[in-house]
Design a protein around this ligand. Structure first.
Ligand SMILES: C[S@@+](CC[C@H](N)C(=O)[O-])C[C@H]1O[C@@H](n2cnc3c(N)ncnc32)[C@H](O)[C@@H]1O
Length: 213
């Protein structure tokens, strides 16, 4: 690995250590929602994920969205006729809002909980600014947990930042790093620069689709 790349990864981990002097736990995320400090929130379904959903044929796939936030992706899935959606988040205030919002939607199950403790089996898991919200030290654990939650031939798809940030969250990364991270547990169907990101994220997101090994 090139020295500059190694240096960048070390910087990323250092950023994490700096900002993780407060742990990124339920109270941290809860406080972000309480203070309405939700700069990641697009207010709508992310365009690359919308396009992916538009081309997804099996409406009965069991779908999980971990670290779901305001769950615009889930709303869009319902609109497109998907029948089995689970959204999961660790922040109680947010989850209470979601439970109210989706109370008449039998297609969707809203769960308050920690992704790493969650049990279930899914055919598709959608990633949208959840990976980057976790300390990079949890990345290996994230991969193993995704693998465990997916059924045979299950798919993990969504977006990853293809850039670094000075402070996290969000914590960035690179395509090379992600390929290395996922390669033992997943085969890569696709991992490429998203062509339809929102303007502030243009050319800095990778759309990926991985299949469980
Ligand atoms: C950056 S936000 C992204 C929210 C949403 N995906 C979006 O794009 O708007 C990260 C989300 O992950 C949730 N989160 C963080 N750690 C979590 C964990 N261990 N289990 C479940 N949710 C978690 C936070 O509460 C927050 O809603």
């Amino acid at each position: 690995m090139a020295i500059s790349k190694k240096k960048q990864i070390m910087e990323d981990i250092k950023c994490c250590v700096v900002s993780c002097d407060k742990p990124l736990d339920a109270s941290y995320w809860e406080s972000q929602y309480e203070a309405k400090k939700t700069g990641w929130d697009l207010g709508t379904v992310s365009p690359p994920i919308k396009a992916y959903i538009d081309n997804f044929v099996n409406k009965n796939f069991r779908i999980l969205i971990p670290g779901c936030g305001n769950s615009y992706e889930a709303e869009y899935l319902i609109k497109k006729g998907f029948t089995n959606i689970t959204v999961l988040d660790i922040a109680p205030t947010l989850v209470a809002v979601l439970q109210e919002k989706f109370k008449n939607k039998p297609e969707i199950q809203v769960i308050l909980g920690d992704f790493f403790e969650h049990q279930g089996e899914y055919d598709l898991i959608l990633e949208q600014t959840f990976f980057c919200a976790l300390p990079p030290t949890l990345r290996q654990k994230y991969v193993l947990k995704m693998h465990q939650l997916l059924a045979k031939d299950g798919i993990l798809a969504g977006l990853l930042f293809n850039r670094y940030f000075e402070f996290g969250p969000p914590f960035g990364g690179s395509q090379t790093e992600y390929k290395l991270l996922f390669k033992d547990a997943f085969d890569t169907i696709k991992m490429e620069t998203a062509h339809n990101s929102i303007a502030p994220r243009a050319n800095s997101e990778l759309f990926f689709e991985l299949i469980k090994k």
